[in-house]
Design a protein around this ligand. Structure first.
Ligand code: NAD
Length: 418
């Protein structure tokens, strides 16, 4: 039987933190266990009244993994494959990500196992508010702050904020991030993850000597993260020659017109139906003859089966957990540079932090300030990770884990591990 995604995440943790010698550094603190067991896992039934009067019963989850450095923070995913183990793995990576970026949050994640796109708008609102109502006492701007993830957006965040307001009778803007700008959201949050991915790619390109204006890229997944990554890469002069979504892929060796492709997908088209390119199989994205590959869909995309076919020199993990342990091993043996997820896709949570700061102050920034601050924090973290990798002669993922885990462990002993 194959290992579940949380067991794989823990295996990676133990491998990468072995040299940190947590037990010797913090005797008696059981630090490895402290850092690999979630603080709280909530699993719940969610019954949704359908428009036709029937009832759909789904499983919902919220995992609050670690709050040693600040309130729990993490997105909400609505997807049929959501499971407790997947949510635990995502929450686990979340606290490492906030520590790596050195922003004052812990890590959490939530989700509902449901074919969300098939629901009507009214059903989506009922489901989201039901889920929020169940969690109403465990979320809050100083407790646990949800944000968008796969299949959720500013609309779902607005519904969650409203559900909380209906019960408590008052506003709490910082209860969620990634909400609409008109309700206290931050400008630039919707594209922040993709922008952060591209800031990391620019830093890495400098280190490995890749001239971006003469480079080509392929992007797997054309949702929030994938489409924004493609857009900002194209703006830098990178030829985006192929992108995929759940239905298929599209290729144009001259470079796709990304803004036009975005208009096409926003109007409901699949990327493979884009007229200015050649439709191809969605798995072909990995073998494209490109310099940069951005996996920006779901977990376990790069595996032992396809890693060998990857030609890109630079792999920028826009998604969470897109590379399996075997896939990563093959990429390493072929000398590829992999920008690890907890660094590469941290732009979203970073601007979520800016949103939370703005909500606390009720003083709002313009987009130039958001981008400038995002760039500052992403570049700082990239440089720390590259320096740590050089210092310890290790891969970037191990370097990122070393930095993140050291920070959380220090905070845990500082406040007294119990
Ligand atoms: P999304 O729902 O907006 O988009 C997901 C995209 O992936 C869609 O285009 C979908 O068609 C495509 N997809 C799904 N399965 C696919 C497959 N097998 N092959 C090709 N494409 C496939 O989701 P998102 O918010 O862009 O999240 C994508 C990834 O990025 C997830 O791993 C998520 O956890 C991670 N992430 C998101 C954010 C954020 O701010 N939204 C932040 C950090 C990390």
């Amino acid at each position: 039987m194959s290992q579940n995604v949380f067991d794989v995440a823990k295996e990676r943790f133990f491998r990468y933190t072995e040299k940190l010698q947590l037990n010797q550094r913090y005797p008696g603190a059981s630090m490895p266990e402290h850092l690999t067991e979630p603080d709280r896992s909530i699993e719940t039934r969610i019954s949704l009244k359908r428009d036709d009067g029937s009832v759909l019963v789904c499983r919902g989850y919220r995992v609050q993994f670690n709050d040693d450095r600040g309130p729990y923070k993490g997105g909400i995913r609505f997807h049929p494959a959501v499971s407790l183990n997947e949510v635990k793995a995502l929450a686990f990576w979340m606290y490492m990500k906030t520590a790596l970026l050195d922003i004052p949050f812990g890590g959490a994640k939530g989700g509902v196992a449901v074919d969300y796109p098939s629901l009507s708008l009214a059903e989506k609102e009922r489901l989201t508010k039901r889920y929020a109502t169940i969690l109403v006492d465990v979320i809050g701007s100083e407790r646990d702050i949800p944000a968008p993830d796969v299949n959720t957006s500013s609309q779902e965040m607005a519904w969650i904020m409203d559900a909380w307001r209906m019960i408590h009778g008052r506003y709490q803007r910082g209860i969620v991030t990634g909400k609409p700008v008109t309700m206290g959201g931050s400008v630039g949050r919707d594209t922040a993850t993709g922008r952060g991915v591209v800031f990391c790619i620019e830093e890495a390109a400098d280190v490995i000597g890749l001239d971006l204006t003469h480079s080509a890229a392929a992007v797997q997944g054309f949702g929030n993260v994938g489409s924004a990554s493609a857009r900002f890469l194209a703006e830098l002069g990178v030829r985006v020659v192929a992108v995929s979504d759940v239905h298929g892929a599209v290729r144009n060796l001259q470079g796709l017109d990304v803004p036009e492709l975005l208009r096409h997908t926003r109007a409901g088209g699949a990327v493979s139906e884009f007229p200015e390119g050649e439709a191809c199989d969605r798995e072909s994205i990995f073998a494209e003859d490109v310099d940069i590959l951005v996996p920006a869909a779901l977990e376990n995309a790069i595996t032992a089966e396809n890693a060998d076919s990857i030609k890109a020199r630079l792999i920028a993990e826009g998604a969470n957990g897109p590379t399996t342990i075997e896939g990563a091993h093959i990429l390493r043996s072929k000398g590829k540079t992999v920008l690890p997820d907890i660094l590469c896709n941290a732009g979203g949570v970073t601007v979520s932090y800016f949103e939370w700061v703005q909500n606390r102050q009720e003083f709002y920034w313009d987009e130039a300030k958001v981008d400038e601050e995002l760039k500052r924090l992403m570049v700082r973290s990239c440089r720390q990770v590259f320096a740590e990798a050089q210092r310890h002669d290790c891969c970037l993922r191990e370097a990122a884990y070393r930095i993140a885990i050291s920070r959380v462990a220090e905070a845990a002993v500082g406040r007294g591990v119990q």
